[in-house]
Design a protein around this ligand. Sequence first.
Ligand code: HEC
Length: 156
Amino acid sequence: MRAGAAALILACLAMPGTGRSYEPRVNYQLQCMGCHLADGTGQGGRVPSLRGTLVPFSMMSEGREFVVRVPGVAQSTLSDTDTAALLNWMARNLSDERLPADFKDYTASEVQALRSRPLAQVEAVRRELLQRIADARARETGGSSLRPGARNAIPP
Ligand code: HEC
């Protein structure tokens, strides 16, 4: 019977949107905390901290695309609605950055459109986004950007 039970659990996990719906904090604990830890700080060298990235990524369209397309988000068993609510909760509760006034909440339709194309070159895209944020901040503080022409599309 153990193999049968395991198969049932796997079948449930493999069907997006069929799981029970919980509030975002609980969904985070069930689906994300194992890797990202309770406070979002991650695990050095293996899982990045979300605390300084989620909010700035969310302020750029390419960054939002990255956030929804990373494997942990795109391939979770949560529905599009629960995923959007989860990301909005994380931006407010697991971030060192204050939410900017013009922060736009993630929506179910945005999640649905983006998650269907999971990201292959996660590391490269992530590095590029971090560089663009660093460049923008350097410009804000009067420093000069070494890389003015940033790419504006994320490869598959
Ligand atoms: C198996 C471990 C694991 C699980 C589970 C996981 N993640 Fe991740 N997450 C990662 C890793 C590793 C990265 C860095 C990008 C990559 O390599 O996928 C990441 C990146 C991210 C990012 C982008 C932030 C950044 O700085 O790169 C977000 C947002 C995120 N995860 C949210 C979630 C959410 C929400 C869940 C739960 C629904 C989740 N993750 C579950 C491992 C995980």
